[in-house]
Design a protein around this ligand. Structure first.
Ligand SMILES: [Fe+2]
Length: 228
């Protein structure tokens, strides 16, 4: 398999697990190598033909909007070799375990394991939600360079309610570049992607879901609605 990331090049602070626990978010800037990014972009471009346009309000997530194009894990597993291989790469899982201070493991759910999310029209947004599984690794293949163009991550750790994400108190914003990644404590951190502000912009990410041996599943049905 080509080298999508270089485990030796990623510097993790000893405080990374504490930061992830406190803030719900750990940036992994430049995680993807230049060659890896090129390959993953090519793969995503081919997969996009199989993806489905979504435009609805997610009832179980406070009616937050889904205006995006998605492809679920099952189809990706059938159509792609490299994405499932990257998802289960032992070096990647080792890195995530070091970053989180926990034993991170693959999830078994074929729909949610690895998904593709594409925002590509003005107003496209991935509205407020929490995930079913404790950890999400998000890999940026394309994203607006200018934060003013939208596609930003809004997140609120230890969120009691999705509504709290709208109130500015404690909600944080993160901007990323293509090749960046972040690890999110995604079952307890409320998060959303802000709308793209104009036509001609694209934000394409791979979202890998992981769990731990002791984690409890927060099954909501939202992933089925978005990806099945
Ligand atoms: Fe999510």
């Amino acid at each position: 398999m080509p080298q999508f990331f270089d485990p030796d090049a990623i510097v993790l602070e000893p405080t990374s697990p504490d930061r992830l626990t406190a803030e719900g978010y750990l940036p992994l800037p430049g995680l993807i190598t230049t060659d890896g990014l090129m390959l993953l972009r090519r793969e995503a471009a081919a997969l996009e033909a199989l993806a489905r346009r979504r435009d609805f309000a997610m009832k179980c997530m406070d009616n937050s909007p889904r205006r995006m194009t998605t492809l679920g894990g099952q189809t990706i597993a059938e159509a792609s070799d490299v994405i499932p291989a990257l998802y289960r790469d032992p070096d990647l899982i080792k890195l995530l375990s070091r970053a989180s201070g926990e034993t991170v493991t693959e999830i078994t759910d074929p729909v949610e394991r690895h998904v593709l999310n594409i925002l590509h029209q003005a107003g496209d947004t991935h509205g407020a939600h929490t995930d079913d599984h404790p950890y999400a690794l998000v890999l940026f293949l394309e994203t607006p360079d200018n934060p003013a163009d939208g596609g930003l991550l809004h997140f609120l750790p230890h969120a009691g309610s999705l509504r709290n994400l709208k109130a500015a108190d404690g909600t944080r914003t993160a901007h990323h570049r293509a090749g960046d990644a972040y690890l999110l404590r995604s079952d307890t951190t409320a998060h959303r992607v802000t709308p793209l502000t104009r036509p001609g912009l694209r934000r394409t990410v791979l979202n890998f879901a992981y769990t731990t041996p002791t984690a409890q599943l927060h099954r909501t049905g939202s992933a089925t609605e978005l990806y099945a």
